[in-house]
Design a protein around this ligand. Structure first.
Ligand SMILES: Cc1cc2nc3c(=O)[nH]c(=O)nc-3n(C[C@H](O)[C@H](O)[C@H](O)COP(=O)(O)OP(=O)(O)OC[C@H]3O[C@@H](n4cnc5c(N)ncnc54)[C@H](O)[C@@H]3O)c2cc1C
Length: 331
């Protein structure tokens, strides 16, 4: 069994940032990622543009140069790929972590990490597993039909089709505008009475004007009630409305895998946020030498942390592990 000073779970931007810090500190480490490199970003919509400027997505002091101030998904994939390859980060891809057990055999704390492919031992573990793996379901009949997706990729596929987009935040607005511009007939189903106020400042007036002029139909204060192969029922304030429908793009958000944290013994707050327990100065959880980094730290509050304000976790954790003050970057 391979032994490391540090095992990092999750090869997203923050897991990579932790790897870079571990490398600088001279620790033996490995990053274990269940999918491809920066798997969540890879699964974002093909044409998405980040709301952050590229300098705020940088990790390990490596400059991120993009064509415009706000980079696209493909520029971000290129950036993190080049960081991982150029800095020779130790990463094992397509290897998910399933279980962590504490070994009581020795005085030192040693954890055994079981993955889909192997087993490792480590003194320290960082969990940076993000929030993009589990979509919020609508829990309505027909949600399991193949025409329903919770991950929107790109618009061409939907040309000349009747598309329902569920939700009113960034992903829903992007999907609605893009598919409409590629010739889909788009209906939005929105639980609230307006477009979300976190929607990117350049997209919000665009969608509001398309709705106002009637190019995109929107049902506010409404929810999907039922989905059938060629129709969809929408529960509106005026009652059920049934429309023809070919595809449903349900942009209803995602939640972190908090069961994984519970299973290994990390405690969560008793309220609806389910915030994991950790020390704000060191990111260490209630389990000794197990740390949390990145968006997972927010529990169900997945909008409080993102790349730009959680890069700092890498520095804090490595400072705790090595006992040395790290003066990192501009975070
Ligand atoms: C459409 C969209 C736009 C966004 N725009 C911005 C922006 O402009 N600026 C910004 O700062 N943030 C933005 N964010 C948020 C940002 O992408 C996330 O906050 C960021 O990805 C968090 O990084 P992370 O490393 O914590 O998690 P992730 O990037 O989600 O990485 C976690 C990784 O862990 C892996 N993993 C999960 N479970 C396991 C396991 N058991 N074993 C092994 N690996 C596992 C996952 O496959 C994943 O690769 C955006 C998010 C979305 C959805």
């Amino acid at each position: 069994m391979q032994h490391y000073d540090l095992v990092i779970i999750g090869g997203g931007p923050i897991g990579l940032a932790c790897g870079l810090e571990a490398q600088i500190a001279g620790l033996s480490y490995v990053i274990l990622e269940k999918g491809c490199l920066v798997n969540s970003l890879y699964n974002y919509p093909a044409n998405m543009t980040f709301f952050s400027t590229s300098d705020r997505l940088e990790i390990g002091d490596v400059p991120f140069v993009s064509n415009n101030a706000k980079p696209t998904r493909s520029e971000a994939l290129e950036y993190y790929r080049r960081v991982a390859i150029h800095r020779k980060l130790h990463i094992k891809l397509f290897e998910g972590v399933e279980q962590i057990d504490k070994s009581d055999e020795k005085e030192d704390i040693i954890y055994t990490i079981k993955t889909t492919k192997s087993e490792y031992q480590a003194q320290h573990i960082i969990i940076a597993t993000g929030f993009y793996d589990i979509p919020y379901l609508m829990n309505v009949p027909g949600e399991d039909l193949p025409k329903v997706t919770h991950y929107y990729e790109e618009p061409h596929f939907y040309a000349l089709q009747n598309v329902v987009v569920v939700g009113a935040n960034n992903s829903a607005v992007d999907a609605a505008l893009e598919t409409w511009r590629k010739g889909a007939s788009v209906t939005m189903v929105i639980r609230q009475d307006e477009i979300g106020n976190r929607v990117k400042y350049w997209a919000k007036p665009d969608i509001e004007n398309r709705i106002k002029e009637g190019s995109i139909k929107a049902y506010f204060n409404s929810e999907v009630a039922s989905i059938r192969p060629h129709e969809i029922d929408i529960q509106t304030p005026e009652g059920i409305v049934t429309i023809e429908n070919d595809y449903v793009i349900a942009m209803t958000g995602y939640q972190p895998n908090l069961d994984f944290l519970r299973k290994i013994g990390i405690t969560l707050s008793n309220d609806e946020i389910l915030k994991p327990t950790y020390n704000d100065d060191t990111q260490e959880t209630n389990l000794p030498n197990i740390y949390l980094a990145g968006v997972i730290c927010g529990g169900m509050n997945t909008h409080s942390l993102f790349i730009e304000n959680s890069r700092i976790h890498a520095t804090k954790i490595l400072q705790k592990i090595t006992g040395k003050v790290i003066h990192n970057a501009n975070y």
